[in-house]
Design a protein around this ligand. Structure first.
Ligand code: LHQ
Length: 263
């Protein structure tokens, strides 16, 4: 049997997904997309999972699309890359952004192309000090995909987004942190422990509330102030009816640590 392209484990309310094609720097092929989608199905269906941690096996995080894959234009006639996005990348990015559980990304090495944009669409991104990021699409005559043209200008502003997308140069993890592309740089040997601790912490928090926070922040990219204020009202109404809100207030008043159930 071929080795799994996605390793999936669960502990302490955290699902750990590891991209597992290390000999190709975890570049995406059809099989990896399929196994990742199946893993996300299981995570979405399991309320005991209250955070997701995504990382890569070996020395890279993800080198984007596997350029050796048959759909990349090796066959007869030009490939339909739009179809690849429609079927594989766009659903993946939508699912990560809309998953109502926090998604931590531990970028253990190079993140290129769709691999970089997958990371940038996660909620909290830690990167090993030796990791680097690049948007090499322009060197292939392509457009940044996997949400790249959406998230880059929003994270770093127009000037830096243009530089990243039009030059395709590699930037260090430290530069990515300084520009606000990621949350924090971590020493290489500490990366997985720190990312796991962070994901475990998040898995003890008010999961329903964190999901509503994600929803509100995502909507804010395209909402007017009025629409966003209305949305905050609606989501706060929902948040105020959760068990975890009641527990958070009780714990505060009783000067004790809260125990959140994620509901
Ligand atoms: C790879 C890859 C790779 C195959 C490393 N594919 N083998 C595109 C089109 C259609 C629709 C969907 O969306 C997309 C999205 C995209 O993501 S387009 C962008 C695709 N990615 C790239 O252009 C990055 C290509 N990779 C590289 O430039 C380098 O590998 C980087 C800079 C990431 C790392 O360089 P090194 O550390 O020097 O490693 P390496 O190049 O020696 O790679 C190690 C192996 O991994 C090597 O295989 P080999 O058999 O020679 O040891 C590479 O061929 C393989 N590999 N990326 N994307």
């Amino acid at each position: 049997m071929p080795e799994s392209t996605i390793l999936h484990g669960t502990a302490d309310g955290v699902a750990l997904l590891t991209l597992n094609r290390p000999e190709k720097l975890n570049a995406f092929n059809e099989a990896m997309h399929g196994e990742l989608a199946q893993a996300l199905d299981r995570i979405e269906a399991d309320p005991r999972i209250r955070a997701l941690l995504l990382t890569g096996a070996g020395r890279g995080f993800c080198a984007g699309q596997d350029l050796g894959d048959r759909d990349m234009g090796e066959g007869d006639g030009p490939p339909d890359l739009g179809d690849t996005l429609d079927r594989l990348y766009n659903p993946l990015i939508r699912r990560i952004c809309r998953l109502e559980r926090p998604v931590v990304c531990a970028v253990n090495g190079v993140a290129a192309g769709a691999g970089a944009n997958l990371a940038f669409n996660c909620d909290i991104v830690l990167a090993a000090r030796s990791a680097n990021f690049m948007e090499p699409f322009c060197k292939l005559g392509l457009v940044p995909d996997a949400g790249g043209t959406y998230i880059l200008p929003r994270l770093v502003g127009a000037a830096r987004a243009r530089g990243l997308a039009l030059l395709g140069e590699s930037i260090s993890a430290e530069q990515a942190e300084a520009w606000g592309l990621i949350w924090r740089v971590v020493e290489d040997e500490r990366l997985i422990d720190e990312a796991t601790a962070l994901a475990r912490h998040l898995a003890t928090q008010p999961t329903k509330g964190l999901g509503l926070v994600k929803r509100a922040l995502l909507a804010s990219w395209s909402n007017s102030l009025d629409a966003q204020l209305d949305l905050e009202r609606d989501l706060q109404r929902e948040a105020g009816r959760t068990d975890d809100y009641r527990e958070g207030v009780s714990a505060f008043m009783e000067k004790r640590q809260p125990t959140f159930k994620g509901r």
